[in-house]
Ligand binder design. Sequence first.
Ligand code: R5P
Length: 280
Amino acid sequence: MAPASIKLITGVRVEEVMSWGLQNRLSRIIKPSTRRTVMLAVDHGYFLGPIKGLENPRRTITPLLPYADALMLTRGVLRTSIDPATDVPIVLRVSGGNTIAGPVLGDEEIVTSIEDAIRLNAAALAFSIYVGTEHEHQTLKALAQLVDLGETYGIPVLAVTAVGRELEKRETKYIALACRVAAELGAHFIKTYYTPEFEKVVDSAPVPLVIAGGPKLETELDALKLAHEAINAGAAGVDFGRNVFQSSNPVGMIKALRRVVHEGWSPTEASEDLGQVVAR
Ligand code: R5P
């Protein structure tokens, strides 16, 4: 199967339909050397508050940052908790306005302006869509508006296919629908959940897909297997949060993920090194 970043759209490489700036930003995230990425998601607080492992963002993120190909977070945590001298590309979550305590989870809108994203030197903008919910239209329309803004300024848009309670809809048919719709609306890459027959999802969404880890799995090996299976099915990488920062060895875990995603290690081999310090 062709790597995600050279998927064809009616015979045209994905890169060829993007402006130079947009391609340049995307290639800071999805590494040209492997055409893959290990993103670190630490944006959970925008609707979940201070979840386990991410109570103090700076403390959690700082040791992991050198091993992340990109960091996904909100502007509030970026400004307060990340050293501006970092060279790690920022995938800025620009949707929000809801919480886990509110009546409906999907009631999200764009909550960060494109001007602020540019000021913050965002490498990409992230927005959640809630396909199949009462907020489907609102979030899909906002995604399309964000793509227009992203195209104007050369900033790629990451569509995120649902969170939290929407995970009940994690079957292949739903994920394929959500990913295809996001791609049709112009998302430049997509964050979604791994499902059985993920090849079908990859095949029918003509942009790179990265997968979320979801709630912490029982073991680190389970999470590495998830990453491995997704990559084998054609995913362009991972955007893991809880399975990294809720691990008993977060730095060891992100290093092991890098080995699986970028270096083709088996999950078992990679997990053997979890306790050791490994050079990047
Ligand atoms: C989802 O919309 C947010 O980006 C989450 O913060 C992210 O998906 C969570 O990553 P993980 O499921 O790997 O903890």
